[in-house]
Design a protein. Structure first.
Length: 95
């Protein structure tokens, strides 16, 4: 589903125009990004919980793979965002 389709579907469900829905979604994205940066987690009640995870840096080295020595390059530490669906959403989809 494309973003335009989502905006249209939400607008139809909420009885508002798609540009209003798009503005609300953009504001929601901004608020979530700020909370994730500052606190490391953000919640959308009845929908999902978002958390940041820090992956540690990996050192360079050699590793034995299928009987051959393979050189692995170093990788810097990184952060990613993980989302967990809320129980209400899971129950609505599955049950």
């Amino acid at each position: 589903m494309k973003a335009v389709d989502i905006y249209t579907a939400v607008a139809k469900e909420a009885s508002v125009k798609p540009p209003v829905t798009k503005a609300v979604m953009e504001a929601l994205k901004t608020v979530l990004a700020r909370d994730l940066r500052e606190q490391g987690q953000a919640k959308l009640p009845s929908l999902a919980t978002f958390k940041t995870k820090t992956k540690p840096a990996k050192d360079a080295g050699d590793k034995m793979v299928f009987g051959r020595v393979v050189h692995l390059s170093a990788k810097p530490a990184s952060r990613c965002v993980r989302a967990t669906p809320a129980k209400q959403l899971t129950d609505a989809v599955i049950g």
